[in-house]
Design a protein around this ligand. Structure first.
Ligand SMILES: C[S@@+](CC[C@H](N)C(=O)[O-])C[C@H]1O[C@@H](n2cnc3c(N)ncnc32)[C@H](O)[C@@H]1O
Length: 198
């Protein structure tokens, strides 16, 4: 038992420098618990810090411990829900207010051109000190309120006959690009702070 604990501690210490602090994934009214589980898995595997879930239909319990114990969520996340911070909000307004208080910049994702500024995923910069990345509902997409409250909208280019990618798939692709940029930035910043070798 003791050695299992220390193996977990060791792994946690090893991944710590690669974690992206102040990177939050926001799911706006997801319908499918399997998608929630997959997103938790992606968030954990790619090293984002937290997930916020806007749950206007009150389908989830308030407490994080209870959310992560939901059978489907736990199973589909392959137990990543044990290691991932999840917080729920009653509405988009409440979540935006919370992020504003904590000085987060919000950006939204959509297969469509939305809001004042739009970028192709790999053609912009994501090294904002505090960043919240919003993903929309499986059928309605992202809300106008989230779009209006965000700095810009990001799209993954698509070349098929269908309108959009699956929600969880999108989080994997988007987080891959964002965490890659943030890790490179963190490493550069750390090197610069270390100063020249004596
Ligand atoms: C299944 S899609 C929703 C489709 C919806 N009909 C719409 O108009 O957005 C669920 C979410 O996945 C994300 N998404 C799906 N495809 C995307 C793409 N090509 N680029 C960026 N985000 C995408 C968005 O956050 C979207 O709100």
């Amino acid at each position: 038992m003791e050695s299992k604990k220390s193996a977990i501690r060791q792994q946690a210490d090893e991944i710590k420098p690669y974690q992206c602090k102040n990177l939050i994934v926001v799911l706006e009214n997801p319908m499918d618990p399997k998608n929630i589980g997959s997103v938790i898995r992606n968030v954990n595997a790619l090293g984002a810090e937290k997930i916020y879930i806007v749950d206007s239909g009150k389908t989830l319990p308030d407490e994080w411990e209870k959310i992560r114990e939901r059978k489907t969520i736990y199973k589909v996340s392959v137990s990543a829900s044990k290691w991932t911070f999840v917080k729920r909000f009653d509405s988009t307004e409440q979540c935006l207010e919370h992020l504003k208080k904590k000085r987060f910049t919000s950006i939204v994702t959509s297969p469509h051109v939305k809001g004042k500024d739009n970028f192709i995923l790999h053609e912009t910069n994501y090294t904002h000190p505090k960043l919240a990345v919003w993903f929309g509902n499986e059928s309605r997409g992202i809300s106008d309120l989230a779009v209006e409250s965000s700095d810009f909208c990001v799209s993954i280019p698509m070349f098929g006959m269908i309108e959009s990618l699956n929600l969880a798939t999108t989080t994997g692709i988007v987080l891959y690009e964002i965490t890659k940029q943030r890790r490179a930035y963190q490493a550069k910043y750390k090197r610069a702070n270390r100063g020249p070798k004596a």
